[in-house]
Design a protein around this ligand. Sequence first.
Ligand code: ZN
Length: 410
Amino acid sequence: MELYNTATASKEHLDLGHEVSLYVCGITPYAATHLGHAFTYHTFDVLTRILQHDGHSVNSVRNVTDVDDDIFRVSRERSVPVDQLVSSEMEIFHTDCHALNMLPVTHEPYASGAIEAMIARVGELVACGAAYVVGGTVYFSVDSFPSYGQVSHYDTSTMRSLSRLRGANPDDPNKRNPLDFILWQPEAPGEKSWDSPWSSGRPGWHIECSTLAESLLGLPVDIHGGGEDLIYPHHESEAAQAEACSTSTTFVRYWAHVSHVAYEGEKMSKSLGNLIFARDLRAQSGARAVRYFLSQFHYRTSWEYVDSLFAHAAGKFAHLDVLCDADARIEETAAEELASEVLNHLRNDLDTVSAAAAIADFIEKAAGHQSSQGSPLRTVIDPLWELIGIAPKVPAATPSHGVPHHGTVA
Ligand SMILES: [Zn+2]
């Protein structure tokens, strides 16, 4: 299987053992589950399905960032305790993931459950000179780590402007280098805090993920992914924290990033509030149509959500679904050829677009040819749809008046 590796800026053949470790940055639980989230988790769900199909056992982690500036801010704004906000948003997220036929991940750790391990790692970084303390704040020193930039390959001025844009405060006068980032910060009034050797406070965001990845998967992690806006500073800083103080540690072997989804001309984001929610699309056309729609975009191409695009895809999927129930039979050779074509597309950097198109073309052609030999079309197609995350169609209960029913299934 080939996958594009952000760190080498090239499509690489994945050299993997039987067990594959996969870490995908999870949600900060508010505004779940918008379409940008859904597109990211759809992508790693398809990756997991292909790896499993090819005989690998996938050990996956998707964390929950429940200790974070944003979650504390939203909790204040909505006057809802943090724990209550987190649990209600996670319930929505799980409901969406389940409805969208996403495979369960192996581990779903909460950042708040691993604070001791984070404090231990920050202590190591201070001890080896990769981090320094000012007041009660601990900063990572990027000048101590010559490989800083190995994931993103951004130049200093790009890093500096992204730091500013993404709230990393390069203008903090306590920083020795504007790109230094926080490993530990003192508590702000009303926020959750933990005791540490430096102050009563909480970990920085980046140390949450690298610590969880190391403790649950061990290093190196085979594949680490997330949305493309996490490349810098989040993933760049995760790698620095995990590899500093050692000359032999590799944090991650392959970095995979999913492009953003736009809406109304801007990246769909919680801060802008231009959000389309997975549950609304499910309610309109069913979860299977939503997965088909997501498969129409390659994960490394940014795209913009437009109502008419979704309506068109949902209409096409409903049509294909009706054709699949036609009385067509497929001979074994043709079924095998189609399966191998679909798998080849998916093994080529997760080309869901070509895979879905191959399935759709096959259905359209097959439905017009009556044959008495082979397997019913539906039994050939459903396992292939499932590779891109579309659940098998649940047979509709026969209505009491006996009329066949071709409605969409939620
Ligand atoms: Zn992360």
